[in-house]
Ligand binder design. Structure first.
Ligand SMILES: Cc1cc2nc3c(=O)[nH]c(=O)nc-3n(C[C@H](O)[C@H](O)[C@H](O)COP(=O)(O)OP(=O)(O)OC[C@H]3O[C@@H](n4cnc5c(N)ncnc54)[C@H](O)[C@@H]3O)c2cc1C
Length: 481
């Protein structure tokens, strides 16, 4: 182990650890990755990608991962008797349409590139590719410990058991998620952002013998606000299509819906019935069942993200409400910045902490929708999405800075997004003028069962031209010709 002294160390081989390792290998930086076995085949969390993560999947991971991706054309919400969505891309496009070439990631790449990810496939492929790099020394150990010097604010040793250890790691990336190995050793407190939630989820599948019907909810990420009085359970659910599989799950208050009263199977039954009640009858299309999984957790932020030679990477520092689809982008943010941390780039820790911290507003916005009573008028749905959209702009710009190695650049594209985004974020009037009218679609129904048939024009060119930024660009091009 002596020869591994003064080397950067990544602790944990789940997604965050793997993308950091890949980033260091891409830069030719020798490092140690401490982690467990190949990921298993059970349904995982983290299948819907936001703007930054989608671009990263194409550019940072590369074309060999393409078979793990599916197009994502909207994010929708069924809440009360209202179906609403941010329509983001043409649902008729092929996955090959994503244009993520070019030296630098740009906001225009989002058009056509939003995706869902098959995490079972991706995590496995990434695990093997990452380990195969000649710059990565893999050590199998899922119970690493560390020694921390509070005076120096430094991790001084990584202990592997059996008297084996890595002394004086030059830098330590803690990718252990909520466990927070370094955070615990350094006694960094955390603020819980929610009460404890219980998450129950599974995959349903089908034989690919017939084509699926063209229904809008099979083309994007769908959220459903469940109501105790209607569904027998309160919570927020997702439905994410992944080719011949769908991912379905729900988050409920752990104290109210305890496993001794509601088994995971009971929760899934209530969830399937809740979607079916709203005309989204996926079980008739996806009859095959997979194992039902569950976990209990609370969303949180730790009081500090980095120290003298360590970083709380991605979900080790911050975890926010899942509808934000932000876990993957937080992992890749840490990965883009990892070489800077090792090289001691001035201000990188502050940049990381501030960019991550920005997500808290997004978390609060989603939290209010989940915990407030269901919508009673279309204005609430419009407001929800236009505010959502407004809050994406600055965060996305900061993600692009990291992806492009432009942390302190005064490039106009970043300035415009950041100044403009900050302005729109603050002004309801601007949101109403710029976003609500153009990108948010809402539909109110008199009977819940009609929600599944909302958005009748969803697959038509007119809907595309009127509602998406891709459509807007396409119509501008037409006008210019
Ligand atoms: C309900 C829900 C839905 C979500 N949906 C989305 C989504 O749609 N899109 C999205 O982008 N994100 C989503 N996320 C977040 C996403 O799942 C995670 O951000 C993502 O999986 C990255 O996890 P991670 O690698 O940081 O940590 P984790 O997956 O938590 O892994 C931590 C790893 O650390 C290892 N470990 C712990 N201690 C040690 C030790 N001492 N030594 C070595 N190894 C150790 C563990 O074995 C584990 O492998 C969702 C999260 C939840 C809860």
């Amino acid at each position: 182990m002596d020869m591994l002294e003064n080397t950067p160390v990544i602790i944990a081989s789940s997604l965050t650890g793997l993308v950091i390792s890949r980033s260091l290998s891409n830069q030719g930086i020798h490092h140690i990755l401490i982690g467990g076995d190949e990921p298993d085949d059970t349904p995982r969390l983290g299948e819907s990608m936001n703007e930054g993560a989608s671009i990263d999947c194409w550019r940072f991971l590369g074309p060999e991962f393409k078979s793990c991706f599916y197009t994502k054309s909207h994010i929708s919400l069924l809440n009360g008797k209202h179906a609403s969505m941010l329509y983001t891309g043409n649902p008729n496009r092929s996955i090959d349409k994503a244009n993520c070439n070019g030296n630098k990631a740009s906001p225009f790449m989002v058009v056509n590139s939003l995706i869902h990810v098959d995490r079972i496939k991706l995590d496995k492929l990434l695990y093997h590719q990452t380990r195969a790099s000649h710059f990565c020394t893999f050590i199998r150990n899922s119970r690493a410990k560390i020694a921390y010097d509070a005076g120096l604010d430094k991790v001084t040793k990584v202990e592997l058991g059996n008297d084996e250890c890595i002394n004086n790691p030059s830098f330590v990336f803690d990718a252990t998620g909520p466990f927070g190995l370094v955070a615990r050793a350094a006694d960094i407190g955390k603020m819980e952002l929610t009460d404890r939630e219980r998450v129950v989820w599974t995959h349903y599948g089908r034989e690919p013998i017939s084509t699926l019907p063209k229904v809008w909810w099979l083309y994007g990420t769908n959220l459903l606000r469940l109501e105790q009085a209607v569904d027998g359970i309160d919570g927020i659910a997702w439905l994410i299509p992944l080719g011949n599989t769908i991912s379905v799950g729900v988050s409920v208050e752990a104290a109210t819906y305890r496993p001794d009263k509601f088994s995971a199977a009971d929760v899934m039954q209530l969830l399937d019935a809740a979607f079916a009640r709203r005309g989204v009858n996926y079980r008739s299309l996806f009859p095959e069942t997979k194992v039902v999984k569950e976990l209990e957790h609370a969303y949180f932020i730790r009081h500090r993200a980095y120290g003298s030679n360590w970083l709380l990477a991605g979900g080790s520092y911050l975890q926010i409400w899942f509808p934000s689809s932000s876990g993957f982008s937080m992992s890749t943010l840490a990965a883009h910045l990892a070489p800077h941390f090792i090289n001691g780039t001035e201000g990188v820790g502050r940049f990381y902490e501030q960019t991550m911290h920005r997500s808290l507003r997004f978390h609060d916005h989603i939290h209010d929708m989940i915990k407030d009573p269901p919508f009673t008028n279309p204005y609430q749905a419009q407001r929800f999405w236009s505010h959502w959209y407004a809050m994406l702009i600055v965060r996305f710009s900061q993600h692009l800075r990291a992806a492009n190695n432009d942390l302190a650049s005064s490039d106009l594209i970043y300035k415009k997004m950041e100044d403009g985004g900050a302005l729109v974020e603050k002004s309801e009037m601007l949101q109403a003028a710029l976003i609500r009218k153009n990108y948010v679609r809402t539909k109110e129904v008199s009977d819940l069962a009609e929600l599944g048939q909302a958005f009748p024009g969803y697959f038509t060119s007119l809907f595309f031209l009127q509602n998406s930024y891709a459509g807007l660009l396409a119509s501008l091009r037409l006008r210019l010709r």
